[in-house]
Structures are given as structure tokens and as C-alpha cells.
Design a protein around this ligand. Sequence first.
Ligand code: C2E
Ligand code: CA
Ligand code: CA
Ligand code: CA
Length: 279
Amino acid sequence: AKAQGRNVLRFFSPELTIRARERLSLEADLRRALQQGELALHYQPQVDLRSGRIVGVEALLRWRHPQRGWIAPGAFIPLAEECGLIIELGDWVLRAACEQIRHWSDAGVAPRQTAVNISAVQISSGGLLDTVRRTLAATGIAPDRLELEITESFVMFERERSFKLLADLRALGVQLSIDDFGTGYSSLAYLQQLEVHKLKIDISFVRNMTRNRGNASIVKAVIAMGHSLGLEVIAEGVEEIEQAAHLLALQCDVMQGYLVSKPLPVDDITRLLESFEPI
Ligand code: C2E
Ligand code: CA
Ligand code: CA
Ligand code: CA
């Protein structure tokens, strides 16, 4: 067994070393990316299902790596969360989004809300409220133009803490939404206590809603539940016109997804916003 163990070790360790080294280099690259302006926000429009107007945009982080090209957030945000860099990264995202809101407001084309994703690690770190307050002050935007997206799983995980924080953020005047809704276990009573403004139905339910009755039932139930609490309901990942029609029939408020547009670089989304009347 011992000999076998050694063989196993010899077999696996070079691979592990490579992976560890790759992670380290990625982490170092990410630190550099923050300093050298390799990060950018792209913006995906959110459209009111009834009027067809753009009512919001979601900021999504992109990294233009000098050797590897564009890297999607799924490939580096978990790493940034593990090594703690997500705090600085999150601060950067918030600042960049608020500066963009400032520009759009000055030009008279700001959407009703610009949403920013907040990592559970940012919330646990305890500095979020202060960062948001300082960023609002520094950019001088109207607080209700900013929306913070917080995942359902986090909110369920740290109840006491999230209650207090969300109440404090709400008092600052920012909008709050629960992201990936339906993937956790929130109860109606719990949601009512949270006092957020919006629910975002997770992409996984929207994806198959026109083919799978179970998913359609979940979507229908979430919309009804959200509305009974006075919340706006956003469906994400809408790719097909059939989904949009079905969502409209279920009285969903807003849709986001490739059917309308992929996330766009700032120049492109700005041109799109300029082509609509301000709200
Ligand atoms: P998310 O917040 O659930 O964002 C939605 C994801 O779905 C985005 O992927 C978006 O590009 C993608 N998407 C939008 N419409 C469609 C569609 O019609 N079909 C499909 N298949 N996908 C669609 P993205 O940009 O790769 O972001 C992935 C995740 O990374 C986000 O999921 C979010 O959890 C995280 N993320 C992105 N930017 C940030 C950020 O600035 N901070 C933090 N903490 N997390 C971020
Ligand atoms: Ca999101
Ligand atoms: Ca989501
Ligand atoms: Ca997600």
C-alpha cells in the first residue's frame, strides 16, 4: 500500500504543482490587471416587457489579459474571492459603475438603474456600507440610480448580518435586488423581512420554461410571490421570443438576456441609451 501511495503521489504531484503555479500567476496577473487598467465593465440592458423600453443595465466585469485575451468573470472571480482580492476588485467595480452613472446622468441618458454584482465576501468583510457611502459621495450620483445585486444563497447563509446590512444600504437610498432567485430556499416570510426592491429569477428556470412545465411553474410562482410583496421581477437569460411572450403573459416586469442584447462595451451601450428617451 505504501509503494502504491508513493506511485500515486509521484503521479499527481507534478500536475498539482502546475495548477498551484498557474493559480499563483493568475493571482499576480489579477493584481497587476487592477493597477494597469486591464479591467472593464460591460453593460447588459434590462427591458420593460410591456413598454419595450430599457429600464436598467447590469454591469458585468471583463478582463482583457495581455496574453490570454478576454477572460470571463467565472474564471477569475472565485479565485479573487479566495485570495481576498475581491475586496479591491469590488471597490473598483463600484467606483467604475458610479462614475459611469455620473457620465450618463450628465448626458441625460442614465437608465433608471445600473446594477452592480456584490460578492458574498465583500459583504462578510464588513466594509461594504462604508464603501458604498463613500463612492456615492465621491461621484455625486443620485443613490437610487445604483442597484446592488446580492445572491440569494448569501442572504440565507448569514441571516442576521444581511438583515442589518440590507436595511442600512436601503437607508442610503440604493436599490437592492436578490440575484439568482429560486436557487436557494427563501421563504415568503423571510423575503418580506428583507425588504429588497427586486427579484431576479435565475437563468436556469428561464432557460427551459417554454419546454419544461416544472420550470414554467417555478417562474410563475416566483413572479406571483414577488408581486405579492410589492417587488419588481426580472427574468434573466431570456434568449427566445417565446420566453419573452410567456413571461409577459405571466406578468413578469423586466427581461434581460441575449434576445435583447449581450453585455456591451461602454460605447455601444451608451449609443443604445442615447437612442431612447430618458425615463
Ligand atoms: P450573474 O450575475 O448571474 O450574471 C448573468 C450572467 O449571465 C452573465 O455572465 C451574463 O453575461 C450572462 N447572460 C446574460 N444573458 C444571457 C443569456 O441570454 N443566456 C446566457 N446563457 N447567459 C446570459 P458573465 O458576465 O460571464 O458573469 C458571470 C457571473 O460572474 C455573474 O453571474 C456574476 O455572478 C459574476 N460577476 C460578473 N461581474 C461581476 C462583478 O463585477 N462582481 C462580482 N462580485 N461578480 C461578478
Ligand atoms: Ca447578477
Ligand atoms: Ca444571476
Ligand atoms: Ca449567477
